[in-house]
Design a protein around this ligand. Sequence first.
Ligand code: AMP
Length: 289
Amino acid sequence: MKVITELKALREAIHHHKQSGCSIGFVPTMGFLHEGHLTLVKEARKQNDIVVMSIFVNPLQFGPNEDFERYPRDIERDSILAENAGVDILFIPVAEEMYPGTTSIKMNVTERVNVLCGKKREGHFDGVVTVLTKLFHLVQPDRAYFGLKDAQQIAVVEGLVQDYFFPVEIVRVPTVREEDGLAKSSRNVYLSEKERSEAPVLYESLEKVKNKIESGETSGDSIISEVTDFIHSRTSGQVEYVEVYSFPELTPIDDLKGEIIIALAVQYQKARLIDNMIISLNEEENQHV
Ligand code: AMP
């Protein structure tokens, strides 16, 4: 595995692989790798000649009161995990090169953004599409891999790629979970012991309403109340939102039909956890990820 920190060196390596006719799979991350990230690599490994992973804690996607400074980082451990998972190029840019000064154009996401996390995390998705535009141009991937745990991010990125004709296929990868159902996340390390023991309730609540929907429940409001009450009564975390939308458009729906997402966020003392379930109600059998 090659570790690259400079843009120039990355451009040269990509140029070389493109000249050789290699396909490139790309896994953008903020590091502190876990099995969720490594599953994206595994998928990329299957479908491409070269796998590029980036690790960059992107300052632009953190709000002033968010956890940019204390976001967990461990580049040494990450490098070992990335190499063992089959990454060919680990790109670790520095902020000064990614954002060298004032810009003449600012990106502003207008759809799929005023709901779920985007509602509270103002400017977050502007930061996400800005860094991904830069990374897509640098890495020139044939395919880029994103986890459905961050379903709104996938919806926004699919919008970006569609709107601006990026020649990249976005591959959605199902959420990887701990044995007790908690979605794996770099931020799980912030949970106290008690909070960690309560946190599986997020996924339990989604599983519970999935069964209800499969048994014929069609009211989004009733699903929202049920998930909220279930979590509220079983954990000290504060429910920030429980919302139901069409996916990936993220538009409100009256009746549950088509592809839908039930998504939630719960605030603990030092960690804000998100989870979701996407259910396709078109097919005979409901499918959840
Ligand atoms: P992050 O480092 O948190 O920005 O995540 C980098 C990528 O890994 C994003 O596409 C995430 O959606 C994905 N990811 C994070 N956690 C998981 C998980 N538990 N399962 C699947 N993908 C994940």
